[in-house]
Design a protein around this ligand. Sequence first.
Ligand code: CA
Length: 236
Amino acid sequence: MQQVYKATDVGLVRKGNEDNLVVFDTVYAVADGMGGEAAGEIASQMLVDTIKEKLAGRDNIGERELCQAVQDANMAIRHYVWEHPACEGMGTTATLLHIDEHCCRAFWAHVGDSRLYLLRGGAETLEQITRDHSYVEDLVREGTITHEEAKRHPQRNMLTRAVGVMEELVVDSGQLTIHDGDIFLLATDGLMKHVEDTAITHILRENAENPAQALLNAALAAGGRDNITVVVVSLT
Ligand code: CA
């Protein structure tokens, strides 16, 4: 069985919420729009609308179908930009998860710096499944800076990949076998900026009535500058 919790909030500083989320059938996604308030909101909305349009009611969703939905959203946003040249540069992150009907396998697709995490059974810590497509992530991988330095780096918000920015888009994807008790977390960076992995793990283990809301509240309590969006999928 899958229990799903979701929460999104504008945060304490921004005027608009450029984040979006979608939860339907057994498809879950978060999106973090960029390109100025209205454009960012439009981009992340177009992403979730396209996912719903392409995948709702479909059988046999796998990596390929998730990636194609992201590619379709990329083209939809590019078309919008062609018609609205002032919006050039608008785009969105996309992190998608699908659990198959037998709760045996999880499929994911991903672009940008939102994240998919897995908290498994007796594991002490979260496992980050997706890799950030960001400038600072590349620097960390090269060994130029540490993870801690990345969090404070002046260019920490610079993405190397986003949906809607260019015609050519590479979408990461993967799949894994599910174990009883697995908890998946999808989140935009508004959560990770303020809440450490250890605190996230603790909150997910707490059995809060709504763990997504509990995580969001933790980000707000820590200052919550950015928009915050969280989806938690708990498998029992
Ligand atoms: Ca953000």
